[in-house]
Write a protein that binds this ligand. Structure first.
Ligand SMILES: [Fe+2]
Length: 332
């Protein structure tokens, strides 16, 4: 008897995001066309609410007077250090157990398995975002349009993601993307090669200047603020220009950044560096190969924050899926 099933090597049907892929009839069509997609209910609502609760409890757990029921307490004096863009990279937050549980959510990691056509993935140890409305104790969050892929490299390489955990409407702050920018990326960088680059925090970052923003507009591209519900996963091609907006409403915005890439794309050196980051509870950028390690300690008023910690409150309790995402089992 002859099987009609054709065996393929994992990864061989990975999406390339050229804009020419055949229709799939799901969120992949949005991703191919627009360079981003919203995957509704990637995490069931009850579990998403649970992660938001964990984030609030983590803030309150510092004992500095923050109270989720009184947003006037969303002030530097009552909170760990969170920057004006809502990012918190410090205090080993990236390795709290609840963050790891979110990373192993089947609806989240499954989306990346679909795009990369493999289950052999590693995950980033990235920041979380706590954007509170009308904070007057921080510098304004001015736009920093950028892409998160070195423009000297070509094609689709990395799919970024964030899990949205609170209702996020048009005025609640959050991700804004340049729709379809991934498809013009190569042309943009060829034509703008002469331009001096904005200094980035590492080599996989490129900032758009005013001239770059004009180029995008002149080529018919528009920016779109993404609207999302708790439990929605937002994914975007790292070539798609993006940044985040401050909230102009009275509602906070919480999300967890999470990004996966195939083990096949990373070196043994990457995996060893990643192992060390995992074992010492370090934060990386969104690149899962740990090509950038964040500083361990937050700074408060020019000095090390007295509340710095180098271990999570609750260390990760990983199941087999979660442990594989650290990359450690793939070290030879
Ligand atoms: Fe980014």
């Amino acid at each position: 008897m002859t099987s009609t099933k054709t065996a393929t090597t994992p990864g061989s049907n990975r999406l390339q995001l050229t804009g020419k892929e055949s229709p799939f009839g799901d969120w992949r069509d949005d991703l191919v066309r627009d360079g981003y997609a919203v995957i509704k209910n990637a995490i069931p609502r009850q579990r998403a609410d649970g992660y938001a609760d964990e984030m609030y409890s983590w803030l309150e757990g510092f004992g500095l007077g923050f109270d989720r029921h009184d947003l006037k307490t969303a002030h530097n004096n009552h909170l760990p250090i969170i920057n004006e863009k809502g990012m918190c990279w410090w205090y080993s937050l990236a390795h709290e157990d609840f963050v790891w549980q979110m990373r192993a959510e089947p609806g989240v990691v499954g989306a990346f398995e679909t795009v990369y056509d493999t289950k052999d993935l590693i995950v980033s140890f990235d920041a979380l975002n706590f954007t509170f409305p009308q904070r007057t104790d921080l510098a304004p969050n001015s736009p920093w349009p950028h892409q998160d892929q070195n423009p000297d490299t070509q094609g689709f390489r990395c799919l970024q993601g964030l899990v949205n955990l609170l209702p996020n409407g048009p005025n609640d702050g959050g991700l804004i993307v340049c729709k379809g920018g991934h498809l013009l990326s190569e042309q943009f960088h060829a034509e703008m090669k002469h331009e001096a680059r904005i200094k980035g925090f590492f080599h996989e970052w490129y900032g758009y200047t005013d001239a770059g923003m004009k180029w995008l507009a002149d080529h018919g591209l528009h920016w779109e603020k993404i609207i999302a519900d708790p439990g929605d996963l937002i994914v975007w091609d790292s070539r798609t220009p993006h940044y985040n907006l401050p909230s102009t409403s009275d509602k906070p915005r919480f999300c967890i950044y999470t990004c996966y890439m195939p083990v096949a794309d990373v070196s043994q050196e990457d995996l060893k560096r990643k192992k060390e980051a995992f074992e010492t509870f370090r934060t990386t950028s969104h690149w899962p190969n740990a090509n950038f390690l964040g500083g361990r300690d937050a700074t408060r008023d020019g000095n090390p924050c007295p509340y710095n910690r180098h271990e999570p409150v609750k260390k990760p309790q990983l199941d087999e899926r979660g442990y594989k995402l650290t990359g450690i089992p793939y070290i030879q």
